[in-house]
Design a binder for this molecule. Sequence first.
Ligand SMILES: CC(=O)SCCNC(=O)CCNC(=O)[C@H](O)C(C)(C)COP(=O)(O)OP(=O)(O)OC[C@H]1O[C@@H](n2cnc3c(N)ncnc32)[C@H](O)[C@@H]1OP(=O)(O)O
Ligand SMILES: N[C@@H](CCO)C(=O)O
Length: 397
Amino acid sequence: MTATRATAPGAALPPATGAWREGDPPGRRRWHHREGPLPLEGGGRLPGVRLAYETWGRLAPDRSNAVLVLHALTGDSHVAGPAAPGHPTPGWWDGLVGPGRALDTDRWFVVAPNVLGGCQGSTGPAAPRPDGRRWGGAFPRLTQRDQVRAEAGLADALGIDRWALVLGGSMGGMRALEWAVSHPGRVDALLLLACPAAASADQIAWTSAQLHAIRADPHWRGGDYHDAGPGRGPHAGLGAARRIAHVTYRAAAELEARFGNRPQGGEDPRHGGRYQVESYLDHQAAKLVRRFDAASYVVLAEAMNAHDVGRGRGGVAAALRRVRARTLVAGVDSDRLFPLAQQGGLAAGIPSADDVRVIASPYGHDGFLLETEQIAALVGELLHGARVPDDRHRLLS
Ligand SMILES: CC(=O)SCCNC(=O)CCNC(=O)[C@H](O)C(C)(C)COP(=O)(O)OP(=O)(O)OC[C@H]1O[C@@H](n2cnc3c(N)ncnc32)[C@H](O)[C@@H]1OP(=O)(O)O
Ligand SMILES: N[C@@H](CCO)C(=O)O
């Protein structure tokens, strides 16, 4: 595996350039600096919080056209647009955001923050503390609620009282749900994709194996490796974590059809060579190691494990009843990590939600990233009241 850096990609970012201004080009990364420390659900306060974010479109004078897009575990604020300096991958929902697309940026003002704890410009373990040293292993545990609280600060700074739509998949869906539960008056419409009301034992178990892989790497050093020098981070551990995770992101039938038990190229597994599927996972691992910080991975994965929208709110059912947004819940039929039954539970518990919508896909959990046409139809239904083709359900709005 390629091991190119000990520091997080975010650590090399240019200095903050301030908040969004009228006339900004689409997709330019900007930063919001919170005034004062962020109180954390688990106790304590996080000082020096900043969120990186990108925007597309123009905020209407009455500020009624703002849409919040929330990314998943290893995503970032770069929802749309090509790869560019500071954006190692093209926009992860490029087919969804832009002029004439479902999130038509001639009409909607789309905002996408990098999650708190992440490594693509927002405050995370690789970022400096107020005293100038890096957080490293001292970075506090976060929950989705802390992350949403930080995002609410960004909304305040942008002058956005209400979101016309909040949407996200996987970890982004967890935060979208938290937004609708903790700020019911600020979310007009809600699209939840491939996420649960609370992390399940199965999800926590898969994540636990990933966390062990990272912490077992001798270069982990309790999370204090960021200044250890080039190539001296826990890259092997992060790569192992990604291999485990990536299998859960895809479907067994898809892997079978693509790779079966065939050897990779001229390699012979009986003599130390790899199977095709091993080579594929090696590739996915190497790509993540080049662009993501292991300590951020740990912070975000632990926050996902802590996800429980009902905690301290009288349970999941009571929490879901707080949602006032027009809501669509959708899951991927081949998702083995966040199975459709979990989205069924969300749809049943949220007062305005209809039956769960099914995204048909062979790709498993990653279907929420890949099936953009089906997701575009759901966005259109929420924003414009247009029916999804072949929809068997009543209109929500
Ligand atoms: C909201 C967010 O989560 S944003 C972050 C999303 N992006 C990521 O997570 C990056 C990791 N990748 C993924 O999660 C998924 O691959 C997706 C959803 C982004 C893309 O899925 P797909 O288009 O189906 O790509 P797929 O899983 O087939 O991977 C293709 C890659 O595997 C490589 N590959 C395929 N077979 C093999 C093999 N036998 N050996 C080695 N590499 C292989 C391809 O060359 C291709 O490489 P490239 O991505 O460098 O061009
Ligand atoms: N491929 C996605 C899946 C997790 O939802 C990611 O890495 O964020």
